[in-house]
Design a protein around this ligand. Structure first.
Ligand SMILES: NC(=O)c1ccc[n+]([C@@H]2O[C@H](COP(=O)([O-])OP(=O)(O)OC[C@H]3O[C@@H](n4cnc5c(N)ncnc54)[C@H](O)[C@@H]3O)[C@@H](O)[C@H]2O)c1
Length: 357
């Protein structure tokens, strides 16, 4: 690939998220095209492959990563296989954008951090797309300029209309709360030291045994507190609200204030975003475009990440692991994280010790 050539991307896993990324690269991203599609389901691969001009179908995901005319890999496979597929990308020296989570356990994520550090260049970006959402960017800059004063607390709500009946209580943390965990690190710029998961009365719409909703409390290293209501069978729509309370005021995003309509007889209102693709469509587009641009800029020897990297994936996985323990024990659990400074030099882990990106 030269600066003027399109980045040749393999998309692995073309279910809901992967098909969306294929469509995005085909229609809205400049400087990239999909050259390989791989999915465990040949029917699904063929169906999505038909939408991507000239994309080759490769059944085995590891072969797909190794294909010569693949410059970079976008992983949207099930979370359980992310770690082994990211490691294969590192082995092949290819940049990878891995949908969250980076790994389903902290050890798997830490192994990726270490391997990337050994390579000495950043190749792993993690799909925490909220960092690219314009509302989150505005909130972050408001905090960073000091206009809110020192931030003291955050209140978050994360509601989905419904989830698959296969979703269990731990997956609510690793699939949903993981976004608030990353948003907390991004907005407040510090690590999370402890987590407590509380169990309100479960909704009768939740599958048998599923703890839904959950109330999660995060504590950061300087003592700020973040409360998160996560309710994945809320039935209403997709709602992600974040309020930061500082010493000089508060600011909130995610209010869904679009068109407000007044109609007869005497009613008014708007619409709640139906799902994450509608709410964060702009963020996914920006995330993928900036990833593509970073790879063009990094070339064959430089860093290929613009946004959350492997350390962020590890930090989130460590907090999730503590959250699952809290869910099981009903206790406040301190996060067990290796200090960032002990990971050897890579553009990512060693560059700015103890500062989330
Ligand atoms: N960033 C976000 O907001 C966001 C939103 C949704 C999903 N995700 C993440 O994206 C990933 C995929 O989620 P989804 O909802 O698209 O799931 P999905 O089940 O719709 O799609 C997964 C696809 O991967 C295929 N697959 C299974 N095993 C495979 C393997 N070993 N190699 C290649 N393909 C394989 C399946 O056949 C399926 O088509 C998950 O990790 C999820 O956490 C992120």
């Amino acid at each position: 690939m030269s600066d003027t050539q399109d980045l040749r991307v393999a998309v692995l896993g073309v279910g809901v998220m992967g098909a969306d990324h294929v469509d995005r690269i085909n229609r809205r991203i400049s400087g990239a095209r999909v050259t390989v599609i791989s999915d465990a389901s040949p029917e699904r691969a063929a169906q999505v492959g038909a939408t991507a001009r000239d994309a080759q179908l490769v059944a085995d995901p590891f072969e797909a990563i190794a294909v010569e005319d693949v410059d970079a890999v976008l992983l949207a496979t099930p979370s359980a296989v992310h770690a082994e597929q990211v490691l294969a990308c590192l082995h092949a020296g290819k940049p990878v954008l891995c949908e969250k989570p980076l790994a389903t356990d902290a050890e798997g994520a830490l192994e990726i951090v270490r391997r990337e550090a050994e390579l000495g260049r950043r190749l792993v970006q993690v799909g925490f797309m909220r960092r690219f959402d314009h509302e989150h960017e505005r909130l972050k800059s408001l905090i960073d300029t000091g206009d809110l004063g020192q931030p003291l607390m955050m209140h978050c709500a994360h509601r989905n209309p419904a989830v698959s009946p296969r979703c269990d209580s731990a997956a609510v943390i690793t699939n949903s709360v993981v976004h608030e965990i990353d948003a907390t690190r991004f907005l407040l710029g510090e690590e999370i030291m402890a987590i407590t998961v509380l169990r309100p009365t479960p909704s009768s719409h939740a599958a048998e045994g599923l703890q839904d909703p959950q109330l999660v409390i995060l504590e950061t290293e300087t003592g700020r507190m973040v409360d998160i209501e996560v309710f994945v069978n809320a039935g209403v729509g997709y709602e992600v609200r974040t309020e930061v309370v500082g010493e000089r005021g508060s600011a909130m995003i995610g209010l869904d204030v679009g068109l407000v309509r007044r109609t007869e007889p005497g009613s008014w209102g708007g619409q709640i975003t139906p799902g994450f693709r509608e709410r964060f469509g702009q963020a996914y587009d920006s995330e993928v475009q900036r990833w593509v641009d970073a790879i063009h800029a990094g070339g064959r020897s430089g860093d290929c990440v613009d946004g959350p990297g492997s350390w962020d994936g590890y930090a989130a996985a460590a907090v999730c692991a503590a959250g699952i323990r809290s869910l099981e024990t009903w206790d406040r659990i301190e996060v067990d994280m290796v200090p960032r400074s002990i990971i050897g030099r890579s553009g990512s882990a060693g560059a700015a010790p103890d500062q989330p990106e």
